[in-house]
Design a protein around this ligand. Structure first.
Ligand code: GDP
Ligand code: MG
Length: 175
């Protein structure tokens, strides 16, 4: 990886266990997918550089590595985060209902004024099992000042785009 960069952004992945956070990270950083429900990655964070215009931005993306039970995540995880991908599974309405709690937990740990949140509905390849309508997620995201996208880590749909969108929103907010 290039050692030179202009800005470093810490981004955290949050959301219920099983929604696909680790696979979103795996797809984005290594273009891989892991069918096992128990992820074997076990890393604290992965890094990747993105270009915005002339600037190189290094994003450091933190994954919960199995600690994604509500309230089990330590404050170290959140410390210094400037962005968050808040992930639910479009086939699991419970994971969507829990978004509120995750949002509150995030805002308890980081400056709510400065953290940028992107709502992500993952597993959009499983349309036949859909339990959350995109229009409901969109209106929820708008009420809570979040960007919104549906993704599939399995099929690589919108994974790059979700990170690029989040990073450009952070960039616009912080320059
Ligand atoms: P995490 O607990 O949020 O980190 O979720 P994981 O990344 O471990 O994924 C949980 C399960 O969902 C695994 O069996 C994955 O293979 C599966 N999964 C993750 N993303 C997708 C996706 O986009 N589509 C489908 N069909 N399955 C996915
Ligand atoms: Mg995981």
């Amino acid at each position: 990886m290039d050692t030179e960069y202009d800005y470093l952004y810490k981004i955290v992945l949050i959301g219920d266990s099983g929604v696909g956070k680790s696979n979103i990270l795996l797809r984005f950083t290594r273009n891989e997918f892991n069918k096992e429900s128990k992820s074997t990655i076990g890393v604290e964070f992965s890094q990747k550089n993105l270009k915005i215009g002339e600037k190189t931005i290094r994003i450091q993306i933190w994954d919960t590595a199995g600690q994604d039970r509500f309230r089990a995540i330590t404050s170290t995880y959140y410390r210094g985060a400037i962005g968050a991908l808040l992930v639910y599974d479009i086939c699991n309405h419970n994971s969507f209902d829990h978004i509120d709690r995750w949002l509150k937990e995030l805002r308890d740990h980081v400056d709510p004024e400065s953290v940028i949140v992107m709502l992500v509905g993952n597993k959009c390849d499983l349309e036949e099992k859909r339990a959350v309508r995109p229009e409901d997620a969109l209106s929820f995201s708008q009420r809570n000042s979040m960007a919104f996208m549906e993704t599939s880590a399995l099929e690589s749909t919108n994974i790059e785009q979700a990170f690029e969108k989040l990073v450009s929103l952070i960039y616009e907010e912080t320059i």
